[in-house]
Design a protein around this ligand. Structure first.
Ligand code: P6P
Length: 349
């Protein structure tokens, strides 16, 4: 009886294509790097991703819902946007409120913060967000964004949460990011270990890693601001823009301005350059909000190798005094931020 030959021991072939990484997988991988992390952080972030997928679906249909007469919206000019602001806010509040790790939420849409699980030993985090920044652009089909910032509670977890716990400088952020509802929907976030971009695949409803480890170019070719206000801005800003236009800094910069902060910053992050919303005569403290616009964007910028300033100090070092306070805001790559700092210095002598 011939021995049957040993079946040839075969090894499984190696997969050659790069793995498809969803934001959930990425957060869990990141989570593992956090000593003692218990997955509550990834569960919190999954609330944000769920809410923004719902917002993305609604934003995509904004024009249609107008034509189809969306939920009682009869005013073509802007009411749909206001509805979308409220819808985006509701989605984020509902998705986050059921996350046991969330103590309190502060939204651009609500005068005061909202209680979630504050006082519970599991509720470690406070989430601050602008549900739909730039929503007035929706009726002209310009991209808009959601910005978010995650802080830890400052009082013992078993104590009642108080609204002053929101008033922390941006350097206390545990994580931050934004979702850009543009030609595609992109989530960009950092939990302190670099900046990572995920593109929403509408076919499967998953955010898929498309831009790992984003670094802002050391030098770009665009500056971005609403130049209608330039002559009403303080001298250093006028000096900077004149230099960027004239080639004083070695090359002539082009101007790009969308008027939607998340879009203008996202281009700056990927292409380099500088975005400014300076103070001016009409808005001596600037227009953008510190806690839920400037702070998350500044956090992302710094994690990607850039810098962000209010013209006096690093944005992330500003101690907030009120939830909705505004701030002058300049953010960009190292080279352009150096030009800005030089312009400030020249104006101070
Ligand atoms: P301006 C949108 O309304 C917004 O809050 C930001 O997204 C944007 O950067 C800024 O205002 C645009 O303001 O004065 O240029 O229209």
């Amino acid at each position: 009886m011939h021995d049957t030959p040993e079946a040839a021991i075969e090894r499984p072939q190696k997969l050659t294509f790069s793995p498809l990484v969803t934001v959930q997988q990425h957060i869990l991988q990141e989570q593992r790097r956090f000593v003692g992390a218990s997955g509550e952080f990834s569960w919190l972030l999954s609330g944000l991703t769920l809410a923004t997928k719902l917002v993305a679906a609604k934003v995509r249909r904004a024009g249609l819902s107008d034509i189809l007469g969306a939920e009682g919206s009869t005013n073509v000019q802007g009411e749909v946007q206001q509805k979308l602001d409220v819808y985006a806010n509701d989605m984020l509040l509902h998705a986050l409120k059921v996350r046991e790790s969330v103590a309190m939420m502060a939204s651009e849409e609500d005068e005061t913060p909202l209680l979630a699980h504050g006082g519970s030993p599991t509720a470690k985090y406070i989430v601050v967000f602008d549900p739909l920044d730039g929503s007035s652009n929706i009726d002209v089909n310009v991209s808009v964004g959601t910005t978010f910032s995650i802080l830890r509670r400052t009082r013992p977890l078993d104590e009642e949460v108080t609204t002053d716990e929101v008033l922390q400088p941006g350097n206390k952020q545990v994580a931050a990011g934004y979702v850009l509802y543009g030609s595609s929907t992109m989530l960009v976030y950092s939990a302190g270990r670099g900046v990572h971009g995920f593109t929403l695949d509408p076919a499967v409803g998953a955010y898929v890693l498309s831009h790992p480890n984003i670094r802002i170019p050391s030098s770009g070719k665009y500056y971005s601001m609403n130049e209608a206000h330039l002559d009403r801005c303080p001298e250093p800003y006028q000096r900077l823009v004149a230099g960027l236009r004239s080639g004083e800094y070695g090359k002539r910069y082009d101007s790009r301005y969308i008027g939607s902060m998340v879009s203008d910053f996202h281009r700056t992050l990927l292409k380099g350059g500088i975005f400014l919303y300076p103070p001016n005569d009409l808005r001596p403290e600037g227009k953008l909000r510190l806690l839920y616009e400037a702070n998350p964007i500044a956090y992302i910028a710094e994690q990607a190798g850039g810098r962000a300033s209010d013209g006096r100090q690093r944005i992330l070092d500003v101690q907030p005094t009120s939830i909705h306070q505004r701030t002058p805001f300049v953010v960009g790559g190292p080279q352009e931020m150096q030009y800005f700092e030089k312009a400030l210095l020249a104006a101070s002598v």
